[in-house]
Design a protein around this ligand. Structure first.
Ligand code: ZN
Length: 320
């Protein structure tokens, strides 16, 4: 019961974040202030009443029309709010209440429920959950901007990247798959993982954008948007997860283009958001599927890699 109420509460926060991201995606490319003006109807300019501004429900009880001018309001607003709410709720059950059972090396506590991790705060687990909530939020904002065929503002992408590098430096336990023995200094393993994740994820799109520019003498905003978004995800999850998310994205993209829609109406960044959420929810499963050759911790440098079976991954105890 406590789990359910807490999850609903976090889901509601997620829906409010989604509501805010709608505002960010509308205002940022237009150079408007994100925080200082209350929401208004884009058609008639009337301010939206607080009771109609409730995420998802507001759109439902207005039946998708503005109260003042009767013009239809795009269902996209409600869909984004619902998606963010669902993501926060899902991650709460999978990650927050279980103390990270979905993560390599997890769970990070012996007993786990909302009581143990939220109401008697386990800050490591809360930090991990918040970190993943932030990357999903930043990515959704970028996806909405790309969906509108606008350029993702540098303010948004660079701030997200800097935040990821800062957190990697500050809280190593946010990175679960730091390469063992890659650099011998434990302090810089997480930041290096973040940098490698960002570089790996963005590289193909930067190369593609460069190639496009050389051939057609024009820049490709969509590819540059994709490069920034992939870099942000890579920086938040690290190298190995970033490789797997790219693979998931590729599968989603092929399925979407070949089976669902031939034309390009959904932004590839929306698919990246879905791939990232899927990977967060099933992180440990994906990690154990693909990490079969790996060192134990403390194996001397230069020792041959050994087959460790399908179920193994690099373990880092919480706080290490
Ligand atoms: Zn209106």
């Amino acid at each position: 019961m406590l789990d359910f109420v807490t999850a609903l509460w976090l889901g509601f926060i997620g829906a409010c974040v989604g509501s805010f991201l709608n505002v960010v995606a509308y205002r940022m490319p237009r150079g408007m202030s994100v925080v200082w003006k209350p929401s208004h109807c884009p058609n008639c300019g009337h301010a939206i009443r607080p009771r109609d501004n409730v995420p998802v429900l507001g759109w439902l009880w207005l039946r998708g029309r503005c109260r003042d001018c009767g013009q239809p309001i795009s269902p996209r607003y409600a869909i984004v709010e619902a998606a963010m709410g669902a993501a926060f709720l899902l991650l709460a059950y999978r990650e927050l209440f279980t103390a990270g059972t979905n993560l390599p090396g997890g769970p990070f506590a012996d007993v786990a429920s909302a009581l143990d991790t939220v109401w008697n705060p386990n800050w490591i687990v809360i930090r991990i959950y918040a970190y993943h909530a932030i990357v999903l939020s930043a990515l959704m904002a970028m996806a909405l901007i790309d969906q509108d065929r606008e350029r993702v503002p540098l303010k948004l992408s660079v701030t997200s990247l800097i935040l990821a590098f800062f957190c990697a430096w500050q809280w190593r336990h946010l990175y679960f798959e730091r390469a063992p023995g890659f650099f011998r200094i434990p302090e810089i393993k997480a930041p290096v993982d973040a940098v490698l994740g960002a570089a790996w994820a963005a590289a193909p799109w930067i190369i593609a954008a460069g190639y496009w520019r050389l051939r057609n003498q024009q820049s490709s905003e969509r590819l540059i948007n994709l490069a920034w978004a992939a870099a942000v995800v890579g920086a938040f999850v690290g190298l190995r997860a970033s490789v797997r998310i790219t693979a998931l994205w590729l599968i989603a993209y092929i399925v979407y283009r070949l089976i669902i829609r031939k034309n390009n109406s959904v932004s590839p960044l929306v698919l990246l958001w879905l791939a990232t959420l899927t990977h967060l929810v099933f992180w440990k499963t994906f990690a154990s599927l693909l990490t079969c050759y790996t060192h134990n911790r403390g194996t001397p440098r230069g020792a041959p890699l050994r087959w460790r079976g399908w179920q193994t991954h690099t373990h880092y105890p919480a706080g290490a």
